[in-house]
Unconditional design. Structure first.
Length: 255
């Protein structure tokens, strides 16, 4: 039940977004409206946006596994430790609603590059998670291998250009270099989030960034704050800019 979940995570916003849709639609038009939280159907994904600063996670510390607690305790930065703790708890609480089970009973396995999956999937469900600063994004699907990335820190334009020359397609680099100086950092974060979402959908790490699609066709469009959908030979997804972050998703197009 959504009311139950929102009592636990008061800052959560939930959206039901199609993988293929019309551009320039305000994301609020996709707010999840029904009472029950059911696994999304084939054509849609569920997006959870959570303000971690407003999330009181202390009552739920007990749902973490001993392995998760050990890993979190090894983090040197207290801020990073708290952010990752909140993220893991939120993920467990959300998955438990779909699976109709106790959050503490969920067991994760991890791929070669750390992508988590459910050990014993009681229902067909896939998920991916990303956080940046105080923003947490969780993506849920039932049929596709998915990835999500959220970027809230803008790199200085000179740093962005240097990284782009190493990792981006030459057409993407050209667009960055020809953009206004105040837009270069914004464009860099957009491209980076798109590529990372794609790599996370496949389970590959950022060392495979050169295999990600060339997104020059998408970033040539005007930068604005509404949803943008895209489709490449292998992937579908949507991307969104807010005042706080860039968010991009990707799914391996199996249709």
């Amino acid at each position: 039940m959504l009311k139950k979940l929102k009592r636990k995570i008061s800052s959560v916003k939930i959206y039901k977004i199609p993988w293929i849709g019309k551009n320039d639609i305000n994301i609020e038009e996709y707010r999840y409206q029904t009472i029950d939280l059911t696994i999304p159907k084939k054509a849609n994904a569920h997006l959870f946006l959570i303000d971690l600063l407003a999330f009181d996670h202390i009552p739920f510390l007990g749902i973490l596994s001993s392995n998760e607690k050990d890993k979190l305790e090894r983090l040197i930065s207290p801020v990073e430790q708290e952010t990752r703790t909140k993220s893991r708890i939120a993920l467990r609480l959300i998955l438990a609603e779909y699976l109709n089970t106790s959050p503490s009973e969920i067991v994760f396995l991890y791929g070669e590059n750390g992508k988590p999956i459910l050990k014993i999937p009681l229902k067909k469900i896939s998920f991916n998670i990303s956080h940046s600063a105080n923003n947490l994004a969780i993506l849920i699907d039932s049929h596709k291998s998915i990835g999500i990335d959220i970027e809230s820190e803008l790199r200085p334009s000179k740093v962005g250009i240097q990284l782009a020359k190493r990792f981006f397609h030459e057409k993407e680099v050209s667009i960055l270099q020809n953009a206004k100086s105040e837009e270069q950092s914004i464009l860099f974060s957009w491209i980076w989030s798109l590529k990372e979402a794609v790599l996370k959908s496949t389970g590959r790490g950022m060392f495979s960034i050169d295999t990600a699609p060339n997104f020059s066709f998408l970033i040539q469009q005007k930068i604005h704050f509404n949803l943008q959908f895209y489709k490449t030979k292998e992937y579908v997804g949507f991307t969104l800019r807010t005042e706080e972050f860039w968010l991009s998703t990707a799914a391996m197009d199996q249709d």
